[in-house]
Design a protein around this ligand. Sequence first.
Ligand SMILES: *[C@@H]1O[C@H](CO)[C@@H](O)[C@H](O)[C@H]1NC(C)=O
Length: 199
Amino acid sequence: MYLSLTHNVRLQVTYPVRVFFLLGVEILIVTNAAGGLNDSYSVGDIMLIKDHINMPGFAGQNPLCGHNEKRFGERFPCMSDAYDRELRVLARQAAEEQGCDSFLQEGVYCMLAGPTYETIAECRALQKLGADAVGMSTVPEVVVARHCGLRVLGLSLITNKVVTDYDSTERANHKEVLRTTEKRAKDLQRLVRDLVSKL
Ligand SMILES: *[C@@H]1O[C@H](CO)[C@@H](O)[C@H](O)[C@H]1NC(C)=O
């Protein structure tokens, strides 16, 4: 039951990407809210995604599983260049011009299926795997976008710091995530708008 539900949700988020492709869209900009795993990150930082870890993919949940639709792309698409280097450079320039480079980071986003937040042991494991931020979205859309050749820019807003200390009394909660999102929404919008004007 749960598996079929997540499958449908994934389909709902990846379907529009193929529609964009058919409409002639060439660039996909994705944003998400993520927990900061990297100790040097602060709440409110914006992270340019340079790479991802598709954790559901490790468990056989890849949006490209099943029959390959050739008109969208090849059977075994490359993912080592998933996040466009040139777009990241432009995003960095836009951030510098706006004076928000002081809270701009660049790192690796790890997707978990959710809907639970991570345990302390899971956070520690993800840090060891080289992830800088963790969330429950974005990767399926990016995989489908890369399959059909769209260029991708990804931005994660660090809405909370994950808990990695068993003595900590802090707990991940959705309210904090929404509060941070509200505070930074304007900055993020401005950054994307400036970036788009540079394309
Ligand atoms: C955390 O982020 C900083 C700044 O981007 C980076 O230099 C560092 O390598 C990252 N730390 C880890 C453990 O990945």
